[in-house]
Each structure stands twice: as structure tokens, then as C-alpha cells.
Design a protein around this ligand. Structure first.
Ligand code: SF4
Length: 344
């Protein structure tokens, strides 16, 4: 049976004000079922339930962190699992959603990378994470204003579903999010970046996980990175900016004695020359078995200072929910069952 959430709001069943009511129940009130849509006639509700699946998930578990963030672990109908993180920042509520079960990019510092690739999520399974988290937090779905595609998965390798999910998130009768508050984070796939630049009705923000300015270090951190050179990635970022006029963010996980040397800060500054950009330095969120350590505070500061001195716009982004296993995939890997995420 099709999943209702996989539909674009313009394609929802029913007509006229009934369709509007249905959309309001889903995206404004965050109804948990067709049954709960009390101003729709009972016959209509049961017809909808006969034709569509409402809930994309079989089960949901949560782990709370002392800093207020909450990790959600979702079990899908095929028993595969993935996760989202809710981060209640002071002035806005942010959610980090997954776009895949597992991830083929295999970043060496990332717990999800160690899981390998399971499958792509559908648009409804992506949007459903926002609705389920809102329900879990007791807030209306539209109160979650910021979204990052930065959980499990490489969004540009699940392109069509992620684009449809984005359109549902931004649609006035969907979640009504502002395009300035939706960010797609990619490991750096030039073809996908160019394709995204051409989605001119969308206008969501782009973040590129560069993690190193030199090929040798980058391929150590991201073993699959050999498929695209840094030069190709930077060329696609420049094209993206030329087409969209938007600033590009670069994510940089700080790994001790791996990518945190000052010559690498200089090389990064060289790469960014002439590009309107922002660099997020991310103190590594260590997980057992990663083989990496986080950079010392002193080295982090020195790297930051060097970038700033070179005119790079830079900030440090502290991970949220470290005690809840906030690096993507960590919660799954830590489960005692050990086989929580089935990738077969
Ligand atoms: S950091 Fe992101 S792109 Fe890399 S393996 Fe993890 S989920 Fe995939």
C-alpha cells in the first residue's frame, strides 16, 4: 500500500476543502493516524486507511542527552533502522534527518560509514522523521524550523527522494519551512552539486563535507573520495555559487594530527579564495573503534586563528548530544543486540 507521506502536497487524495483538512491534519496538527482526523467523516477516514499507509515506522526509540538534544531511532517496515536528532537550540528547533539506512560514503571517522549502505529512504520516510520527532517532543510540526540533511546517508546519492522531500518540507501546505533553513550536506559529489544548483525553485542551502584540503588526507578520512578530486569539488562549488548566488558552507571535522595542521589551514584558505563561504570546524565526536581522536583545544584554536587571519569566515560547531551518541550511526552501533541495523 502506498505511503501517504510519499505524495507531494499537490497530489494528495480528496478535493477542495477536504484535501485541505487532510493536509492540515498531517502537517499542521501532526495527527498520528487517519483515525485521529476527527473532522473528516468516519467513512472517509476508513477509505483513506484502506488506500494508504499513514505511519512510515514500525517503532521509535529515543535517547536523551544532557544538553537537551534527543536522538530518535526509527524501525522501518522492512526492519531496517535509521535515526534523526532533535536539537532544541535556544531560538529555534533544529532536526537532523537521515536520507539512507547506512551510507556508502564510508567516512572513516563516522559510525554510519562503518555500517555500509542499506537502502535509500523514500521522501515519506524522510519527512516522516520530522513529524514523528515533533510528536515525540510535543510540538506542532511547523515549530521545527530548521532542518539539515546531515544524518545517515549521502543525500545526493538519493537525489530524487531527497528533492521530493525538500519540496514537501517547503510547500505552503506541507511543512512550510523556509528554504534558508533547510541545508543539504554532501560529502562532495560534483555532478549532484551541479544538479542541485539547477533546482532553481528549491533554493535550499548547500554544505560540503571537505574535511581536508589535500587529496592524501581526504582519501584517508573518506576512502570513497578518490572518485572526485578536491579540484573538481571546488569547481562545482564555484559553479553552484555562480548559478545560485548562495554562500557555500564547508564542514571540517577536526581530527588530531590528521587534518588539523597549520599548513592544512593555509591550503584550505587557498582553496576558498574568491568563494563566498563559511567553514564549520567540528570537534570530532569520538566513537569506539573509529581510530581517530579529536583535536586538542589548543590545536583547534590555532587552526581557527590561522583561517581567520587568512580572511576565511569560520566558526566552531560543537556537537550536540555527545552523551546520546550524536555522531550519526553511533546509537545504532552501540546497541547491545549488535545487529540492530540490518543492511542485507
Ligand atoms: S559522515 Fe555522512 S557521508 Fe560520511 S559516512 Fe557518515 S553519513 Fe555518510
Amino acid at each position: 500500500m502506498p505511503l501517504l507521506l510519499d505524495l507531494h502536497p499537490d497530489q494528495y487524495p480528496l478535493h477542495g476543502y477536504r484535501r485541505r483538512q487532510l493536509l492540515e491534519w498531517v502537517f499542521e496538527h501532526g495527527a498520528p493516524s487517519f483515525e485521529a482526523m476527527t473532522n473528516l467523516p468516519a467513512t472517509l477516514r476508513s477509505e483513506l486507511a484502506d488506500q494508504y499507509t499513514f505511519d512510515p515506522f514500525l517503532g521509535i526509540e529515543t535517547v536523551s542527552s544532557s544538553d537537551g538534544s534527543v536522538k530518535y531511532l526509527f524501525t522501518l517496515p522492512d526492519l531496517k533502522q535509521m535515526e534523526a536528532v532533535y536539537m532544541p537550540y535556544l531560538d529555534r528547533r533544529t532536526i537532523c534527518v537521515s536520507t539512507m539506512v547506512g551510507c556508502p560514503a564510508k567516512c572513516a571517522f563516522c559510525a554510519t560509514g562503518a555500517l555500509g549502505f542499506g537502502r535509500n529512504l523514500t521522501a515519506g520516510e524522510i519527512v516522516g522523521q520530522v513529524l514523528a520527532v515533533a510528536r515525540g517532543q510535543g510540538v506542532a510540526p511547523r515549530e521545527i524550523r530548521n532542518l539539515v540533511f546531515m544524518g545517515m546517508g549521502e543525500p545526493l546519492l538519493n537525489y530524487d527522494h531527497v528533492m521530493l522531500a525538500s519540496r514537501i518540507l517547503l510547500h505552503e501546505h506541507g511543512l512550510g519551512m523556509s528554504k534558508r533553513r533547510v541545508t543539504l550536506s554532501t560529502v562532495g559529489l560534483p555532478r549532484g552539486i551541479r544538479k542541485l544548483a539547477a533546482e532553481d525553485d528549491l533554493g535550499i542551502k548547500l554544505a560540503i563535507s571537505l574535511h581536508a584540503p589535500d587529496e592524501e588526507t581526504r582519501q584517508r578520512i573518506i576512502p570513497t573520495a578518490h572518485a572526485n578530486t578536491i579540484a573538481e569539488i571546488m569547481a562545482s562549488a564555484r559553479e553552484y555559487q555562480a548559478v545560485t548566488g548562495r554562500r557555500v558552507t564547508f564542514e571540517y571535522a577536526m581530527l588530531r594530527d590528521v587534518n588539523d595542521q597549520l599548513w592544512q589551514a593555509d591550503l584550505l584558505a587557498d582553496l576558498l579564495r574568491g568563494l563566498v563561504s563559511h567553514v564549520n570546524l567540528i570537534p570530532m565526536n569520538p566513537w569506539d573503534g573509529s581510530g581517530f581522536l579529536e583535536s586538542s583545544e589548543q590545536q583547534l584554536q590555532a587552526f581557527y586563528d590561522r583561517l581567520e587571519a587568512r580572511g576565511v569566515e569560520v566558526s566552531v560547531r560543537r556537537s550536540r548530544g555527545r552523551d546520546a551518541g550524536a555522531a550519526c550511526g553511533q546509537l545504532a552501533l552501540k546497541r547491545p543486540e549488535g545487529n540492530l541495523i540490518s543492511l542485507q
